[in-house]
Design a protein around this ligand. Sequence first.
Ligand code: ATP
Length: 273
Amino acid sequence: MDIHKRLRAATGPLDLSVAFELAVGETLGLYGPSGVGKTSTLRMIAGLLRPDGGQISFAGERWFDEKTNLAPGKRGVGFVFQGYALFPHLTVLENLRYASRDKDARLIDELLESFQLGQLADRRPTQLSGGQAQRVALARTLVQRPRLMLLDEPLNALDTELRQEMQSYLLEAKSRFGITTILITHDPTELKTLADRVLVLGEGQVIFDGLPGDYFPPAGVLSAEVISINVDKNELTLRLGNDLLRVPSAGRSFFPGQRIAIVFTESGVSILR
Ligand SMILES: Nc1ncnc2c1ncn2[C@@H]1O[C@H](COP(=O)(O)OP(=O)(O)OP(=O)(O)O)[C@@H](O)[C@H]1O
């Protein structure tokens, strides 16, 4: 993907320019402050917003470039966002059947089971809780067998307990159906639980592309800067905030200016990486 678009932000033009790879089967998290262009990126991948330039390809198929602009319906993308509407006059089962192109009863049964919706199959959307409705919305997207699933803060409206419950449903769906997914969330825990990789956007640009654990280190891990190395004493001097620390270098080599992750343990400071 290599997507360029001039957006109109409240503060003036915002030049969105994002390039990234998307491997089949992976879950990519999109993270970043409000207004940096996350939703617009998903809308362009889905074909709902036309980029100014660049190219969008998935699984070896070209969806957009200067000569191509595949219609949204031909891309095989399932888009779930907050407040995603179910048909109010249809039951849960009817909502799934309606969405299923091939009326695959086995897949519908499997989704009802995976998302624990069996008992709720005959209820209408107004008779469901927020978490239940969101489970139906996800099942309804999966029943369409999308090749790529785009989730725009799907769990945002839910409270902490329901979010955790939904995260486990999403994990289950990921292992059962293995659908390539891009997930926008503001929740680092959600990214660490669900995403294989995270792309952090800042002001229309990719500022980090890597493992969620590298962007959000575990609690207790601190980032320090190597100030100097005393080879004779096998010792490093580190700057941590305004403090200088001396720690054993344990025979590893470092260079001044290098940022390293450290953790305080009972026996002193230990260097993680
Ligand atoms: N079709 C469009 N044309 C021009 N500008 C747009 C268009 N759609 C959105 N924008 C602007 O682009 C900016 C980025 O919006 P976008 O919704 O992509 O950000 P976001 O990172 O998803 O933010 P949030 O986390 O708040 O949802 C906003 O200032 C918005 O007003």
